[in-house]
Design a protein around this ligand. Sequence first.
Ligand code: DNO
Length: 360
Amino acid sequence: MEMTFRWYGRNNDTISLEDIKQIPNTTGIVWALHEKPVGTVWEKKEIKEEVEYIESHGFDAKIVESVNVHESIKLGNSERDELIENYKKTIENLAEYGVEVICYNFMPIFDWTRTEMFHPLEDGSTALYFDYEKVQNLDPRELIEIVASSSNNLTMPGWEKEKIDKISELFESYKSVDEEKLWENFSYFINAIIPTAERCGIKMAIHPDDPPYSIFNLPRIITGEESYERMFEINDSPNNAITLCTGSMGASKKNDMAKIALKYHNHAPFMHIRNIHISDDGSFVEKSHYTEDGDIDINKIMKHLSDVDYKGYIRPDHGRHLWGEECRPGYGLYDRALGIMYLNGLWDAYQLEKAGEKHV
Ligand code: DNO
């Protein structure tokens, strides 16, 4: 495995590459051109500049998270073909600068969703929180307010202004898109882009829906094992891949993430490993990466990955906010660094155990 760290760029992060450099065994930066409006082509010059900056700090820049998919593609609108052409051009341009994996998602309107960004935990830190009941009765506009007011003036990926400005119109358009229709539009999209990805040697790694069920009556389709089976049936190219995210898909108790990691590791060039605790009412809170602190069996997942000699990229995700750190919600330095050291420790221990077994 290769350990990576998500970084939001020079103008959009509280953390520097120099900070990240001090985390042991972290060789890659997960990046994006966060300021590009969704649907536009990422130009070579812009890509080159960012990749060179990252590489000049001694990191790889092989994973992009995310190239977001325009709502018109998810809705299947008439302008989708033109937007898909732009997306293909972006894939080609990224490939030219050594990118190997593009993480993206196909969630209508909202990307990851939480009702509280700085929820107090018993240990005195704060973390992202999703209140299941609250979302059932919430006006989506209120949620946008919550995100905006706690973003520390940084652009929150998936909550871009141009989308939020058109929220009522978007909800109206999605009235005619149910799950089946969304699958149809997803098939159209992947069947159009995968040949380009194959030609360029890029893995298109879809991120699961977060949480993995419908919210605000909007359809969601990447929610568990059945979704993976269906997407591989639609297009069985190895370039039609997944970003395995233990905390997103694991937010539904029906998903056993250790089992899913073992079953689908071959399809996952990239993984987000993090822990959450789910309450009986379906609400969930993000916890430290340590296995005992949450409901996701991080220990077993790392054992499985070591057993199969997983060769893909891993990153920690959604840290708690510790020791007074001021950072973008879920993306501070300290807890993600602690998370990395826990994952490193488990990996090394299991690798050593395996090597020992072979030599007995
Ligand atoms: C949240 C992230 C998501 C993820 C996108 C991938 O923190 O895991 O925003 O980047 O869904 O496209």
